[in-house]
Design a protein around this ligand. Structure first.
Ligand code: TZP
Ligand code: MG
Length: 222
């Protein structure tokens, strides 16, 4: 069973002075990241491959699944555990055909049409958002808020598709995010996806630990 609780998405460009990517990633995993997505924009293939290989070595060491954003070729090259696809990336069913059986496939969704399609196509999980405002990514559609996430979670009722929320999630708004996103039928998030709250931190271990602790206490009390 994949643990989506603290789904860490990488953000190398957000590292504060004095922090390096591998060091911060290792601290974040030690702090409690349960799954890691390598998300790289504007780098060439060789650089992406090198970052993916460094990440793979750490993920293997700590037995945490590694997901590659968008690039199926890189996922294959590093034998990643999964890929994460945006709405304009490779369609899920084609990605599945290209990847070894059992590879996780996740899709970004911000409306009900996206969710229905992801379910039909057999995605393993969806990333729902952006829930709150963020400066990490230039958003192409409005934030959907906690109620918006809850509505989309409702549409996953009766499916095996897991769900994480993304966008502006911090330890300071996490409890609000988790309570606010519970659907009217009681479906909760399986995890939260975070970039800046961990990668922009000078103490990624504590940042990840805070998020994980809040998520765990919510999950065990709800
Ligand atoms: N997709 C929707 S919002 C987002 C992505 C990749 C960025 C989230 O970053 P942060 O720093 O956790 O707000
Ligand atoms: Mg993409």
């Amino acid at each position: 069973m994949v643990d989506y609780s603290l789904y860490l998405v990488t953000g190398r460009d957000l590292l504060p002075q004095g922090k390096d990517y591998v060091g911060s990633l290792e601290e974040a995993i030690k702090g409690g990241a349960t799954i890691v997505q390598v998300r790289e924009k504007g780098v060439d293939t060789l650089e992406f491959l090198e970052i993916a290989l460094q990440s793979k070595a750490l993920c293997e060491k700590y037995k945490v699944p590694l997901i590659i954003n968008d690039r199926i070729d890189i996922a294959l090259a590093v034998q990643a555990d999964g890929v994460h696809l945006g709405q304009t990336d490779m369609p899920v069913h084609i990605a599945r055909n290209l990847l070894p059986p059992g590879t996780l496939v996740g899709v970004s969704c911000n409306n009900i049409k996206h969710i229905k399609k992801a379910v039909e196509e057999g995605a393993d999980y969806v990333g729902i958002g952006a829930v709150w405002g963020t400066t990490t990514k230039q958003l192409t559609s409005p934030t959907i808020g906690v109620r918006g996430v809850g509505t989309l979670l409702e549409a996953l009722e009766g499916t095996a598709v897991k769900a994480v929320a993304i966008g502006g999630i911090k330890s300071t708004n996490l409890l609000r995010t988790l309570h606010g996103t519970v659907s009217s039928s009681g479906r909760c998030l399986d995890g939260i996806a975070v970039v800046s709250d961990v990668f922009a931190s000078s103490d990624p271990l504590s940042a990840a630990k805070d998020l994980r602790d809040i998520f765990t206490s919510f999950s065990t009390h709800i």
